[in-house]
Ligand binder design. Structure first.
Ligand SMILES: [Zn+2]
Length: 613
């Protein structure tokens, strides 16, 4: 038998299983009840979104060999030498700031999010002051507060608290949450697929054809591609994460499914250019990658860094200390004379033949509602982006609704949209929709609620429960909802809508369609059985009952999944509101409360109950 020889059999560089940075994958996870026991009456620190993302990266080993927030010795070594005190490369400080005057007692602190939910615990080893201006100049190469990463450092408190952490790594909401794999999980997946050379691709933008070209070229000498978007807090104006994830889903359909793994990296973006490109390489090494793509102006922002600064820094490091093979690329463009993608290394033609694929240019086209040339962006990806680009104030790239959508009616200030709640009977769709309606009215939205049961007695009288009749029912609801939304109404639909194809047809008709899967388990729905229907269905008295004797097809990529089992309605409503805010469809009336809770006597009983849900 002939053994096929792959390019990767002879390709240079590291091979799986690649050693994590520092030699061992750090695992600092713990269960919530254990965290609550340790947190006990310990003082609490409120974490910003970026700090919470860092905590998760520490606990899952993405930041191996770090085991906690940095103390003064680690901070100083990292800032001045780009290394940890033990000599390992580490380019960017990971610190936890606390407000001036915070007093601590005991040997632990409880780490909480802005809502007071317990995220983890930290052993209290040290409280120290960091010189933030010096840190910015060394790490970012500038202390200009207009640099978004520098601004975050300068805005952080000077006082920092340090020590080893342990954190509850709970599932995250939304599409990105479903793709958030730990380093142990990506490593297991690579092993299961038999990949020996794995190239990691960092991104915080939608994937355009230039990125795809780099991925293809790298994949020619590797076995697998980890498409690894960063989904932690990014700067104002970056494309919202749910939109990006849908665009990535569309983009990877152009690769063989067994050659690409899409996963989300929960970590904050710092825009530190060269130093951050190095951090990104080390984090991918921890996830099991053997190769890493370093493009032009990797991890940069504005014009703070030269196009090859990141590549130069990484190339200057000893390969065995780096532990991952960098693949460096120059500018990529579409060349009409070459008839495809090319770079200055492969194309001999003059500038006039070339179309450069800058993200800014693509955003401008999408914003103006013009067609994006398929040489720049795959049409499927452009569709996702265009469908999600919404009217938004300011100069951010996410601005305008698609050309065919009319502007919101004067006076309302809101574009219309459809939130489509799908799920089993008794899942809580109508309950959440009614509560959401009240909140949206408070925010000034004109709201219309279309409840499946009511619609059936009016709009769809006479329709039964065959697949054809169910599809007709959904198509009618979708038609009405789309009409209302086009006139600026926020339409909430609560309908079982068991068939995926019918829902997707509505999605295709409606410009701003937000699918919310109310994923309450069949057991819980049957338990609730508010109308006594499950008892009858299980007794065989109701034919074609969804979930019992008729199928339910859950959405593959809904904008939001709600797990209402044991969750208060208010929590479900908050999740939908956050989702609408992320998509730019609704804005909170009042600003969020201040992010930092000062150290206090620890959580009261009410806080502890909330943490447990
Ligand atoms: Zn050319």
């Amino acid at each position: 038998m002939l053994k096929r020889v792959h390019a990767s059999d002879t390709a240079p560089g590291f091979e799986a299983p690649s050693l994590p940075h520092g030699g061992r994958l750090v695992d600092r996870r713990l269960e919530l009840d254990e965290a609550m026991d340790i947190a006990g009456a310990a003082p609490s620190i409120g974490l910003s979104g970026a700090e919470a993302a860092d905590l998760r990266a520490l606990a899952t080993g993405a930041y191996s060999p770090l085991t906690g927030f940095m103390g003064s010795a680690e901070h100083e070594a990292c800032v001045d030498t780009m290394r940890l005190p033990d000599g390992h490369l580490w380019p960017i400080p990971v610190c936890l700031g606390v407000p001036e005057g915070t007093r601590f007692r005991g040997d632990h602190v409880a780490l909480r999010d802005a809502k007071g939910r317990l995220l983890g615990v930290m052993e209290l080893h040290e409280v120290f002051r960091r010189d933030r201006t010096h840190e910015a100049e060394r790490v970012f190469g500038t202390s200009d507060p207009a640099h978004p990463g520098v601004a975050r450092v300068l805005d952080a408190p000077a006082m920092a608290v340090a020590g080893p952490v342990r954190a509850v790594v709970a599932p995250l909401d939304g599409l990105a949450g479903r793709y958030a794999l730990t380093p142990a999980e990506t490593r297991a997946e690579f092993a299961a697929r038999g990949w020996r050379r794995i190239v990691g691709f960092q991104t915080r933008n939608p994937v355009h054809r230039a990125h795809e070209y780099l991925q293809r070229v790298a994949l020619e000498i590797c076995d697998g591609l980890l498409l690894h978007p960063l989904v932690g807090p990014t700067k104002e104006g970056d494309v919202p994460v749910e939109v990006r994830m849908r665009a990535y889903q569309a983009a990877i359909r152009h690769f063989p499914t067994d050659r690409v793994l899409l996963a989300a990296l929960v970590a904050p973006m710092r825009y530190a250019g060269p130093r951050e490109a190095l951090l990104h390489a080390l984090v991918r090494k921890n996830h099991g990658c053997t190769h890493f793509i370093v493009g032009r102006d990797q991890a940069g922002v504005g014009s703070y860094y030269g196009p090859f600064d990141a590549q130069r820094l990484i190339a200057s490091l000893p390969p065995d200390e780096l532990g991952i093979t960098p693949l460096m690329f120059d500018k990529v463009f579409h060349c009409a004379a070459c008839g495809g993608m090319a770079s200055v290394k492969t194309c001999p033609h003059p500038e006039r033949e070339r179309v450069t694929l800058s993200g800014t240019k693509v955003r401008a086209l999408l914003r103006s509602g013009e067609l994006v040339p398929p040489e720049l962006v795959r049409p499927e990806v452009a569709d996702v982006l265009r469908g999600a680009y919404q009217r938004r104030n300011g100069d951010g790239p996410v601005v305008r609704a698609p050309a065919r959508a009319p502007a919101p009616p004067a006076g309302t200030g809101h574009p219309g949209f459809v939130v489509w709640f799908t799920g089993l009977s008794g899942a809580g769709k109508s309950t959440v929709a009614r509560a959401l309606a009240a909140r949206l009215v408070e925010r000034g939205h004109p709201v219309e609620l279309l409840d499946g049961d009511e619609v059936r007695t009016n709009l769809s009288r006479g329709l039964g429960f065959s697949r054809e009749d169910r599809d007709a029912n959904i198509a009618r609801i979708g038609y009405v909802a789309g009409k209302l939304a086009s006139h600026g109404v926020s339409v909430l639909v609560a309908a079982i809508s068991p068939y995926r194809a019918a829902r997707d047809q509505v999605r295709a008709m409606v410009d701003r369609f937000v699918e919310v899967h109310v994923a309450t388990s069949l057991a819980t729905c049957a338990d609730r059985d508010v109308k006594g229907l499950y008892a009858k269905a299980l007794a065989g008295q109701i034919p074609r009952f969804t979930g019992v004797s008729d199928p339910y097809e859950p959405p593959l990529a809904p904008e939001l999944v709600l797990h209402t089992d044991g969750e208060p309605v208010s929590s479900s409503v908050e999740q939908v509101l956050r989702c609408l805010e992320r998509l730019g469809l609704s804005a909170a009336v009042r600003p969020e409360p201040a992010r930092r809770a000062t150290a206090s006597a620890g959580p009261g009983p009410a806080d502890r109950r909330r943490s447990a849900t």
